[in-house]
Design a protein around this ligand. Structure first.
Ligand code: PMP
Length: 301
């Protein structure tokens, strides 16, 4: 695997495309020391970023929650992200915008720091076939819990909130699992370390109310897709004991898309019809976005 700081290509950095290896920052950067940093994770399918504007609106919102303003509009970022994708010749890939406080001040107070924005993109095809993905992943409860909204800016996609995700995921991986299940501060089921979670009970979908973690863009998309199919979707508090009466579980997020779960500690699930249908619908939707874009560019040409 090539390290991420030593690759060919270009990165959009504070308004200009720079050679990949030159997209650097100083070690004395507020975002690095004090986690005044927020980011996005997006996927492109067939050269089109799925729900780009929603991601860039969330980027702005994350910054606002963290008390800073990104010096580029959502529309500017939509254009810049598309430019990065094109300049690197990427069709199926991942896009990572990141914004942070700079080096003008180095202390808890950082009101006068400059706000920086960079956007990188790299190839990341979906390498699992639906059959392979259907086997499902294995999860274990993580040792950290999603914090009370009174103790952290939980609705910001802030770098600092990933500290407990990395620790929980590392521990799960060291025990041979694929990911950790994160409960929240009350002991309710919250999410995975980088994706939201759904349970299927007696033909209905249940998902935790996102009151202390991200209401993912994929989560909202899956809820729409499920309702279009006529499935009932219930957002509510879910306790982990309920896994005993749950037939199917899946996680969803930009990176993992819709991925079935076959095990969470002592509980086992069989990826079933509802999960499979939503995987198919999600695949069709992201590809349809691509086809529509292709049609648009054909008619424009
Ligand atoms: N929760 C966490 C902790 C995440 O990192 C992500 C990925 N951004 C999600 C949920 C899902 O969000 P989305 O569907 O917008 O990618």
């Amino acid at each position: 695997m090539l390290p991420f700081d030593d690759r060919d290509g270009v990165i959009w950095y504070d308004g200009a495309l720079v050679p990949w290896r030159n997209a650097n920052l100083h070690v004395l950067t507020h975002g690095l020391h004090y986690a005044s940093c927020i980011f996005e994770g997006e996927r492109a399918y067939g050269g089109e970023i799925f729900k780009a504007t929603e991601h860039h609106q969330r980027l702005h919102k994350s910054a606002e929650i963290m008390g800073f303003e990104i010096p580029y509009s959502v529309a500017d970022i939509d254009v810049a992200a598309a430019e990065v994708l094109k300049a690197n010749g990427i069709s199926d890939g991942y896009i990572r915008p990141v914004a942070w406080r700079g080096s003008e001040m180095m202390g808890v107070s950082a009101q006068k720091t400059r706000i920086h924005l960079a956007i990188a993109a790299w190839e990341w095809p979906t390498y699992f076939t639906p059959e392979a993905r259907l086997e499902g992943i294995r999860m274990t409860e993580g040792k950290y819990r999603r914090p009370d909204p009174r103790t952290a800016p939980v609705h910001s996609k802030a770098a600092g909130l990933y500290m407990i995700c990395t620790l929980s995921k590392h521990e799960a991986e060291q025990q041979g699992f694929n990911d950790a299940l994160m409960l929240d501060w009350r002991g309710q089921v919250a999410e995975a370390t980088g994706a939201n979670i759904f349970l299927v009970q007696d033909g209905k979908l249940h998902t935790p109310t996102p009151d202390c973690f991200l209401n993912g863009i994929t989560r909202q998309t899956v809820i729409d897709l499920a309702r279009q199919r006529g499935y009932e979707v219930i957002e509510r508090a879910i306790m982990p004991e309920e896994f005993a009466k749950t037939q199917e579980v899946f996680i969803c997020g930009t990176a993992v898309e819709v991925t079935p779960v076959r095990e969470i500690d002592q509980y086992s699930f069989t990826p079933g019809e509802i999960t499979l249908n939503l995987m198919k619908d999600y695949d069709a939707l992201v590809n349809r976005t691509h086809d529509m874009a292709a049609q648009t560019s054909t008619s424009a040409a």
